[in-house]
Ligand binder design. Sequence first.
Ligand code: NAP
Length: 292
Amino acid sequence: MSSIDQSGTFTLGDRAVRRLGYGAMQLAGPGVFGPPKDHDAAVAVLREAIASGVDHIDTSDFYGPHVTNQIIREALHPYPDDLVIVTKIGARRGADKSWIPAFSPAELTQAVHDNLRNLGLDALDVVNLRCMIDPHHPAEGSIEAPLSVLADLQRQGLVRHIGLSHVTPTQVAEGRRICKIVGVQNHYNLAHRDDDALIDQLARDGIAYVPYFPLGGFNPLQSSTLSAVAARLDATPMQVALAWLLRRSPNILLIPGTSSLLHLRENLAAAACALPDDAINELEHVAGIVPA
Ligand SMILES: NC(=O)c1ccc[n+]([C@@H]2O[C@H](COP(=O)([O-])OP(=O)(O)OC[C@H]3O[C@@H](n4cnc5c(N)ncnc54)[C@H](OP(=O)(O)O)[C@@H]3O)[C@@H](O)[C@H]2O)c1
């Protein structure tokens, strides 16, 4: 058994994917804008991820913009049959690298076509509607209008499955009344636990939960507790952070992002990192939770 198989699988849409996948956002240039500083390294990271067994890649056409999808296409097209590429729509980029909400029917439709063209696909496996009511924190507000546009694009055959991103539990419930939701992608990691109850609810309902910033995002996690547990287990802090997420709930799918081959290898090896119960209890303190 290769190490990534030890992460197990969970269903995303109509396919079981390995629980350790890859997030492609780090492949664009600084500020997720423009070309990467090392184009060949970006291609190599994608190819090694697939060769190592990754069958779930997260992306968006607003990374770059367009750049990340174009690198994915260059590196991997024609795609392996078992690869699930998940993208997201709901924003566009300003020339100043800003993230601008793009929720009109025309903008959402354009975003789906941009993803199709730049990835070289006839249909997108999974499209997440990324809510932008408040770009920094999930904020309440109806998602019916934009989600109905995405559901129409699904009926036209351009999108196979629909997910939600940067949403509140109320919006997840609203979304599930409008169309089938196969996954939720929100900010969550060892230190950022706002979605604990939502994860458990989605697990009961068989829906995937995909934490973004699993390693802390632009400021990777730093914690003396995490470092101490990692040292004891002969692992790295980032491996323990990923192993904790794998242990947290069976519906969690991981998409750690990196532009580095060494970090990719380190992250995929987290599938083999078993956390004993005392380490789990200790790690609760990273988020300030006192174990019962
Ligand atoms: N839905 C949304 O709104 C949303 C928002 C953000 C991200 N996402 C998705 O989620 C994915 C994951 O999030 P993310 O990439 O922003 O954050 P992340 O996976 O939490 O962390 C990525 C950062 O950690 C570094 N890193 C990765 N592996 C490491 C290791 N083993 N040791 C030390 N540093 C390491 C990376 O730098 P190096 O490149 O140097 O390794 C990068 O700076 C993204 O790629 C994207 O697909 C979605």
